[in-house]
Design a protein around this ligand. Structure first.
Ligand code: SF4
Length: 430
């Protein structure tokens, strides 16, 4: 039996893509092994969102080549798409596969499809898993691509325009995952809020209604990142009413300065973002809110940065993902004047990371005494477990019962180093 190993860099969508490629290999009779083992085929799904992702992607490819110099090394993903020549030049690489051809890698490797065949293969075909790939949480890629062209972002060039998975295919995947026993299913995409843009009579809210109406079972749905302009009143109302949708919104801000937002080609301003976040927290009690923020965009002055800091400080956010702007060739921002010194980016990033820690601490303090429905995920010691609540709080507790993969009711009683401490009555929750 041939062995295949996989490595994923970057976003959740890439991770879902890898699971899908893995499933295709399993169906063709391959044995999937750990990336650190000797394999016949290594598939590396790369990312190019920053310089660091580029560097890591290249390092992983070299690592595979060292592990088994006779192995076939197949490289796909956004770095492979953006700069295939650079990847082909790495010793040991046998094949570079476009993002839209990712899912037929097993056929390309097996020689049943020619590598230069037309891209008739839709990258949003449904994937019905034969078994569980991950322990507790599963992902469905409902959409790929983006046409927003934020001026710093390479993704629209590497992923192409918005393509949505047909609702009946999403439903079939959800049904299968629930049957396999997954309790939490994350709907993800490159620009998830644009789901349905290329289809008729469907959008994200309608998709959710259809899924919840058609698929029974003890599960919950989590939404991945949604852009501020795509959180509409109908979506908020649904989340408010429907306990099977997690009370969690990850809403990218990027900057609190209107000047910088405009230069980024983001189509909202700070006031819009502030009002939206306050509205969500008013309408959905206990909601977990998190945000992406970028520092060091070209031309970002001290005042611009301060506007970002002040806005974030004011808002009820649980978590911040802080990114330093990374110049990507081929994007408008790469040509902008006023590129910011790395030291300044570092300083601003540190300031926001500290703010993020403070906000997280405060949010956990405020959660003390609350009873949360937690998906039990890992056993970290003999009788100590961790899990994630629907409103995005990581909780740790002691218990004599191993409920991994099930829901438990956990009361928050304190916090330690950014993790909520809980106690549980040991009865699975249904
Ligand atoms: S919305 Fe902007 S940041 Fe997100 S993928 Fe599209 S272009 Fe990139």
């Amino acid at each position: 039996m041939k062995k295949a190993a996989f490595y994923t860099l970057g976003c959740k969508v890439n991770q879902v893509d890898t699971e899908q490629i893995k499933e295709a290999f399993l169906k063709q009779g391959y044995q999937v092994v750990d990336f650190n083992e000797a394999a016949d085929i290594y598939v590396i799904n790369t990312c190019t969102v920053t310089h660091v992702s580029d560097r890591k992607s290249r390092a992983v490819i070299r690592r595979a080549a060292r592990r088994n110099p006779l192995a076939q090394i197949v490289v796909t993903g956004c770095l492979a798409q953006a700069d295939p020549d650079q990847i082909k030049a790495i010793p040991g690489v046998s094949m570079v596969v476009d993002n839209q051809d990712k899912e037929r890698i097993p056929d390309l490797v097996g020689g049943t499809v020619r590598g230069d065949a037309d891209g008739v293969f839709a990258s949003l075909t449904p994937v019905l898993f034969t078994g569980r790939h991950e322990r507790t949480r599963a992902f469905i890629k409902i959409e790929d691509g983006c046409h927003s062209y934020c001026s710093y972002c390479i993704v629209p060039y590497t992923r192409g325009a918005v393509r949505s998975k047909r609702p009946e295919h999403v439903q079939a995947e959800l049904q299968r995952l629930v049957e396999l026993g997954y309790r939490e299913i994350v709907l993800t995409g490159i620009h998830t809020g644009l789901y349905g843009y290329d289809l008729k009579n469907i959008n994200l809210t309608e998709l959710l209604k259809q899924l919840l109406g058609e698929v029974d079972g003890d599960y919950r749905i989590r939404l991945s990142s949604i852009e501020p302009l795509e959180i509409c009143p109908a979506l908020l109302q649904l989340v408010q009413q429907e306990p099977r949708i997690c009370r969690h919104f990850h809403v990218p801000l990027q900057s609190g300065s209107d000047t910088v937002l405009k230069a980024m080609n983001r189509r909202y301003n700070g006031q819009y973002y502030r009002d939206l976040i306050l509205e969500i927290s008013k309408r959905i009690p206990g909601v977990g809110l998190s945000a992406d923020v970028m520092v060091g965009f070209p031309g970002e002055s001290r005042q611009d940065f301060q506007a970002t800091y002040d806005l974030l400080a004011e808002l009820p956010l649980l978590d911040l993902h802080v990114f330093k702007y990374s110049r990507r060739e081929g994007t408008p921002a790469a040509l902008m004047k006023g590129q910011i010194d790395e030291g300044v980016k570092q300083e601003r990033s540190q300031a926001l990371l500290q703010l993020a820690r403070d906000k997280h601490f405060q949010r956990l303090e405020n959660s003390c005494g609350q009873m949360l429905r937690v998906l039990v995920e890992q056993r970290i010691q003999a009788q100590t477990y961790t899990g994630l609540s629907d409103n995005y709080i990581e909780v740790r507790w002691d218990s004599s019962r191993d409920l991994r993969g099930e829901f438990a009711k956990v009361r928050i009683i304190g916090q330690e180093q950014g993790v909520a401490m809980g106690c549980v009555d040991d009865i699975p929750v249904h």
